[in-house]
Design a protein around this ligand. Structure first.
Ligand code: ADP
Ligand code: ASP
Ligand code: MG
Length: 471
């Protein structure tokens, strides 16, 4: 028997009674093969968006949506409970618990409406409710199916800093709590069903790890238990050569290297949260991504980076991905030539707005600095840059700070690029043939990816035509 497995189920994998029944069957199927099983769950699909949108509208004084959202939450969760739990007492107990959580959501939203404000801390309290509901539902469904399970709030396991909405875990403090809370359950052969996405500050305020963060929760638990394997159950057959929603011909990659998955996740492949890779790799545990709705498919396995000579036999370009809704910001002026510290001040100003920069392009001269920022942040970024360079702008050392209309970052990933010349050439000629205009380029420092910035209207054409290079 193998030792410890962490299985994470994503939003669609617990999106309704049928999906949950499927997840229960998968968990039951693995139970005999592992000494310890830990389950991590996302909120039912669409729930986190509903919670956050309702709270944000409430904070703007729009209270009409609150009751409707409560009804939708009750409908979704209660109907699944009805279908999955045949015994009346268990069902009544569960719906009472779920009902209380949904009522607390309504109260939080009404409080925000009164205050006219939604603080990051309050939004985390609201957002955490999705996982707190689904974990109870899944644990009850397992119990009803004869699999001993207990819902566990990750606020009791994962200690984070106070950076609400994008909190950073304290691994050492979390390890202590995880062992304290989970070991007794595991010894009693109970399956802990842990809420993904959430943690808590040392004082106990609930935090979230960033959107899509349940994958990260599974990686943190996997690294600290430690587990032998972490399996991410989602709604596609593993990591594919492109988002199958965009490219119908996309195929599953049976194996992917550490650096390839890290680049793919960072550059927009939603299938895995980018923070998932690091703890898994550092702890040396296995990672598999597989399909709840096609469990017989082996999915994708993460493998150590093979030496360059082994990679050369493979297709060089392995996958294509895109991040939408960006703008390119450029700072330009001849007065910048040779002036030290301009870049440091520019990125200091960007950082002061809390914006992260997914791409910086290398200019051939020192006369401009160009980088991408998410579209929702660009006005704030421009203002911060104008403030920090007020003197240079006045004295015309900097001519202008400007941004493009909406663009996308399209990235081709493949570990073989490091040792294969001419890949960039192939990429450009392919885009040239399709008439896609490349606004900027950047190569990842690990040389396993090349990113191109294109107009947002050309995203799909760019991804599809570059996918033809993926053998
Ligand atoms: P979950 O709720 O299970 O976490 P997500 O919606 O977060 O699922 O991620 C899965 C989705 O990621 C897929 O449905 C797919 O549309 C998208 N996706 C984007 N790029 C890729 C890729 N390269 N391979 C597989 N899926 C991808
Ligand atoms: N429910 C959270 C979200 O939608 C976390 C996750 O699904 O991974 O962002
Ligand atoms: Mg996800």
């Amino acid at each position: 028997m193998k030792n410890t497995l962490v299985m994470k189920f994503g939003g669609t994998s617990v999106g309704g009674a049928q999906a949950i029944a499927q997840a229960v069957a998968i968990i039951r199927g693995e139970r005999g093969a592992w000494q310890n099983l830990v389950v991590v769950t996302s909120a039912m699909s669409g729930v986190t968006n509903l919670l956050l949108e309702t709270a944000q509208r409430a904070a703007r004084g729009e209270m009409e949506g609150i009751a409707a959202a409560e009804n939708r939450l009750r409908d979704g969760h209660f109907s699944a409970a009805e279908a999955l739990l045949s015994e009346e007492p268990a069902r009544r107990l569960l719906t009472a618990e779920l009902g209380a959580l949904i009522a607390s959501f309504g109260e939080l939203c009404r409080a925000m409406a009164v205050l006219g404000e939604a603080s990051p801390r309050a939004l985390d309290a609201v957002a955490s409710l999705g996982e707190r509901l689904s974990a109870r539902l899944l644990a009850a469904a397992l119990t009803a199916a004869g699999v001993a399970a207990q819902a566990v709030e990750a606020s009791q396991l994962i200690v984070t800093d106070r950076n609400f909405q994008n909190a950073h875990p304290d691994f050492a403090a979390s390890a202590v709590k995880i062992h304290q809370r989970l070991n007794p359950l595991l010894e009693q052969e109970q399956i802990p069903v842990v809420t993904g996405f959430i943690g808590a500050t040392p004082e106990g305020a609930v935090t979230t790890l960033g959107r899509g963060g349940s994958d990260y929760s599974a990686a943190i638990l996997g690294a600290l238990l430690p587990a032998d394997d972490v399996w991410i159950w989602t709604d596609v057959d593993g990591v594919m050569t492109a988002d199958p929603r965009l490219v119908a011909e996309a195929r599953t990659l049976p194996e992917i290297t550490y650096s390839e998955i890290a680049e793919l996740a960072f550059y927009g492949a939603k299938v895995l949260h980018p923070k998932t890779v690091r703890p898994v790799v550092d702890a040396g545990i296995g990672l598999r991504i597989c399909n709840t709705f096609n469990p017989a498919h082996p999915g994708t396995r993460l493998v150590a980076n093979p030496p360059a000579e082994k990679v050369t036999g493979r297709q060089v370009a392995r996958a294509v991905t895109a991040i939408r809704s960006q703008r390119l910001v450029t700072i330009e002026g001849r007065g910048m030539l040779g002036v030290p510290g301009v870049a440091a001040r520019a990125f200091g100003a960007v950082a002061s707005t809390g914006t992260s920069v997914p791409l910086i392009t290398q200019a051939s001269s020192e006369q401009s600095i160009c980088f991408a920022v998410p579209i929702e942040a660009f006005e704030q970024v421009l203002r911060a840059l104008e403030a920090v360079f007020a003197v240079e702008l006045r004295e015309r050392d900097i001519d202008r700070i400007w941004s493009t209309p909406e663009v996308s970052i399209v990235t081709v990933v493949g570990a073989g690029m490091r040792s294969t010349p001419g890949v960039a050439g192939q990429i450009f000629s392919q885009l040239g043939r399709r008439g896609v205009n490349v606004l900027a380029i950047a190569q990842g420092s690990s040389e396993v990816s090349i990113s191109l910035v294109v107009n947002s209207a050309e995203t799909e054409t760019a991804v599809k035509s570059l996918h033809e290079l993926v053998g």
